[in-house]
Design a protein around this ligand. Structure first.
Ligand code: SAH
Ligand code: SF4
Ligand code: F3S
Length: 471
């Protein structure tokens, strides 16, 4: 199984993998696989092209190895967008499923594996949030699944906003909220099996519950209910549309101790003219007002964002406005993208497209600025105390102290390097003291909360020393 795109795709793939495992399928290497599942993204041209090259690679490999019965399944947004054309181009593709079809994909895969002549398409949108079978939530079946300390839980499908540049409403369909009871059930089950941090997922989570598919629970109520789940220590959510962030949710950054002080709030542009053309339905004054209210509720909240450069008609002045907004808000980090024409979207038909070299030049300037701002913020954490959730062995052993004092991730020498995140979402690498894992079961420190003191900062992460017992 190979997954491209957003965390919703990653969460979908995880659930699909669990459902397939419960049906007796096993994950295997690329070489040994009899079934290839590609979960795809078409938000920009580049990820879409990656999908075609992956499908080409699978087709070539199967041809070379004479695996003519190999089954190829394509899910996600490219499947939704390209549909049957994909199956025409790659004949081994016998299953297509969109975001709403994923609930029925496990059964379809079982049938397709039995019958090599069968083809199935699960691309139609449904009216309701289809609850997939998840063995994690099924009594009697739920043991034997590895649950990470930090996990993602889907709370809605689709998006109704139709921002002018965006393909998501076309590939994922109308907004549909998942029933709160199902979300709570999944979160309880995950927490019982060791998850300590949950990130709620949706294209616009602030609009959770505002459609006919939910059960009347608002997003603010859902957050409150989840913060009472035993064992669940941290809650996060992505993505928020600024126009829908309610005062009740904003207030919880101040008074809900489980809610982490970090929020991803896509700005997209700092120019009111461009925001209007994008159809975002807020202006920079409203955005700044929102960030002020968030900081009133939680003064140290870390804000992150998405910015598009080179939107059709973006002048030098519009771009400078985006740069100024980055300066005024002070983001901890920003994902920035060059505008990419997506078929069928309104912006694809807009005049005054920006040349790629100019857009790339703007992107480089913006990224350079943000990188420095991010580094300054990380440096400002030096000397502070924090608690990190240990997620796994550190992949950056070079960050750690002099030889002898630390070891490569595989062990040997002194203690081992671990990595975790602070509530603000900063990555911290640390070498826990020897024997700190003694009170824990076989997973060791994975999932433990570790008090640390921040000693130094690298470009994208921090280095800490243990400052208390893990729990
Ligand atoms: N639902 C989220 C994220 C959607 S996709 C939201 O509303 O913010 C993630 C990011 O990709 C967007 O925030 C946007 O910055 C970027 N993006 C989406 N469509 C794009 C396009 N056509 N070209 C360039 N970037 C795009
Ligand atoms: Fe796309 Fe806008 Fe919906 Fe986000 S809110 S998924 S950018 S249409
Ligand atoms: Fe990509 Fe679809 Fe997610 S376009 S970003 S996989 S919603």
């Amino acid at each position: 199984m190979r997954t491209f795109g957003c965390r919703m795709n990653a969460a979908d793939s995880d659930r699909l993998a669990r459902a397939l495992t419960a049906r007796g399928f096993q994950e295997s290497s690329f070489e040994d696989a009899g079934i290839y599942i590609v979960n795809t993204c078409s938000v920009r041209d580049k990820p879409e092209q990656k999908v075609y090259s992956e499908l080409g690679r699978i087709a070539e490999y199967c041809k070379a190895q004479k695996k003519k019965d190999a089954l190829v399944c394509v899910g996600g947004c490219v499947a939704a967008q390209a549909g049957e054309k994909l199956a025409e181009r790659f004949p081994q593709v016998r299953l297509l499923f969109g975001g709403d079809g994923i609930a029925r994909a496990p059964e379809a895969i079982s049938r397709l594996a039995e019958d090599p002549r069968l083809r199935i398409s699960l691309l139609e949108f449904s009216e309701t949030y289809e609850e997939p079978f998840d063995p994690l939530c099924a009594p009697g079946l739920r043991d034997g699944f590895d649950v990470a300390p930090s996990v993602f839980v889907n709370i809605m499908q689709g998006c109704d906003n139709y921002c002018a540049y965006c393909i998501v409403p076309f590939t994922r369909g109308r907004r549909k909220s998942r029933k709160a009871a199902a979300i709570l059930g999944e979160c309880r089950s995950l927490a019982e099996r060791g998850a300590r941090e949950i990130t709620l997922l949706g294209q616009n989570v602030n609009a959770y519950g505002l459609d006919d598919c939910g059960d009347g629970t608002s997003f603010a109520e859902l957050l409150r209910a989840l913060s009472a789940v035993p064992g669940l220590l941290r809650l996060r959510f992505v993505t928020s549309h600024p126009k829908d962030l309610s005062p009740e949710v904003t207030a919880q950054f101040g008074d809900n101790p489980a809610l982490c002080p970090r929020l991803h709030l896509p700005l997209q542009s700092g120019s009111d003219r461009i925001l209007k053309a994008m159809g975002r339905r807020y202006d920079t004054a409203a955005y700044l007002d929102l960030t002020e209210r968030l900081r009133k509720a939680r003064p140290d909240i870390a804000l992150t964002t998405d910015v598009i450069v080179g939107f059709p008609g973006e002048t030098d002045e519009d771009f400078e406005d985006s740069m100024r907004m980055l300066g005024r808000v002070g983001f901890a980090s920003a994902f920035s993208f060059v505008y990419s024409d997506r078929p069928g979207t309104r912006a694809a038909g807009f005049p005054d497209k920006i040349s790629r070299p100019l857009a790339l030049e703007r992107l480089a300037r913006l990224q350079d600025y943000q990188e420095k701002a991010g580094e300054r913020l990380l440096r400002s954490r030096i000397g502070t105390a924090d608690v990190i959730l240990l997620e796994g062995r550190s992949r950056m052993p070079e960050l750690l102290p002099a030889p002898g004092a630390c070891a490569a991730p595989s062990g040997g020498g002194g203690g081992e390097a671990w990595t975790g995140r602070t509530p603000h979402g900063f990555i911290v690498n640390v070498v826990p003291e020897k024997g700190s894992d003694a009170p824990f079961a076989e997973g060791g420190l994975r999932g433990a909360m570790l008090p640390v003191r921040i000693e130094s900062a690298a470009r994208r992460s921090l280095k800490g020393v243990q400052a208390g017992r893990p729990w």
